[in-house]
Design a protein around this ligand. Structure first.
Ligand code: TLP
Length: 349
């Protein structure tokens, strides 16, 4: 019997759970541009409560939530300081420039993790009239392209204090902030305390089909409604989506530790395999990035031919992301497939 293809390209590929589908079918809806969708209103209130912030807004994607935040906190001509491989830099289509007229100033973190001492020298806040001024500090936790790395709580607090001492707002791209909180054994309100805005995704490991949330002060979220409309994100009876989002928010974080365990299993099975480089100790959440001694795009194509999907995230690096729809047994099979493909690649080298 043919095995189903094992899809580890991203946790974005998760399908809504049966409970989500039932809740979606039964969702009470209204026109959200008039703020009349009761299910969206409930989701926004709940997200604000979970994060300990004043307000929240439902947006179609994490990219939109991030871009609204960037615009909220800046003016054209400002700099946004972010990590060198931040999602906002690599995957958001240059929108910091297009939508907000800002440029990104990057700082390389330690495996994606920035400390305040890394950021401080990159700031420009002296008011020098011939130098672009820093408008915003941008943090990503977990850090995607660094391999799901976690910024610890004490560092998060140091970053908030450092930014605010310099009079700067600080935004968290927390697409996977629940993974970070689970890995640290804390809750998202504690982990994100003091951040002016936090963007998090319902549609990744939390399994909702669509949607992200931006949380922050009531004043910022009120302005965010106009910015969301400007980007074409004013949805109508999207309570159908929010119904799944409520389940994602309240019920799914508690199972993320399973994804983390599967990622560790993958990493330890690949450790020592010839042609693959990985340090299992560096796998902290649900993302596994390993080096290959071959062209990564070709390696990924060979994995596909052998029954699994992965992503090439560098010329010689491959990303696997664990999630609810790939169980432990399938992760074990995936590790075997990677081993076979690595052996084949070496034989042809
Ligand atoms: N990440 C996607 C791809 O875009 C790379 C993935 O498969 O991991 N912030 C971070 C840290 C993200 O990882 C992502 C998506 C986003 C923002 C954007 O979210 P969406 O895809 O909803 O716009």
């Amino acid at each position: 019997m043919n095995q189903p293809i094992i899809d580890l390209r991203s946790d974005t590929v998760t399908k809504p759970t049966p409970e989500m589908r039932a809740a979606m079918a039964a969702a009470e809806v209204g026109d959200d541009v008039y703020a009349e969708d009761p299910t969206i209103n409930r989701l926004e209130a709940r997200a604000a409560e979970v994060f300990g912030k004043e307000a929240a807004i439902f947006v179609p994607t994490g990219s939109m939530g991030n871009q609204i935040a960037l615009r909220l906190h800046t003016q054209p001509g400002k700099e946004v300081v972010c990590e060198a491989r931040a999602h906002v830099l690599d995957w958001e289509m240059g929108m910091a420039a297009v939508f907000s007229g800002c440029q990104l100033r990057t700082v390389a973190g330690q495996r994606g993790v920035l400390r305040w001492q890394d950021i401080e020298p990159a700031l420009s806040t002296t008011g020098l009239y011939y130098r672009a001024q820093t408008g915003l500090v941008w943090i990503e936790n977990t850090h995607n392209m660094a391999g799901g790395t976690v910024t610890p709580l004490a560092v998060m607090q140091e970053l908030v204090a450092g930014a605010h001492d310099r009079g700067l707002p600080i935004h968290l791209d927390g697409a996977r902030v629940f993974n970070a909180a689970v890995a640290l054994g804390t809750d998202v309100a504690t982990l994100t305390r003091g951040f002016d805005t936090v963007n998090f995704c319902l549609s990744k490991g939390l399994c909702a089909p669509v949607g992200s949330m931006l949380v922050g002060s009531a004043a910022d979220i009120a302005r965010a409604r106009s910015l969301r409309k400007a980007l074409g994100g004013g949805m109508r009876q999207a309570g159908i989506l929010a119904a799944a989002g409520l389940i994602a928010l309240d019920e799914m974080p508690e199972r993320l530790h399973e994804d983390h365990a599967n990622a560790k299993l993958l990493a330890s099975s690949l450790n020592g395999v010839e042609g693959v480089s990985i340090d299992p100790a560096e796998v902290e959440t649900n993302i596994v990035i390993f080096g290959v001694e071959a062209d990564a795009a070709k390696f990924v194509a060979d994995l596909k031919a052998a029954g699994m999907l992965a992503g090439a995230v560098g010329p010689r690096s491959v990303r696997l992301v664990t999630h609810r729809d790939v169980d432990t047994a399938a992760c074990g099979r995936a590790a075997e497939i990677v081993q076979q493909v690595a052996a084949k690649a070496l034989a042809h080298a």
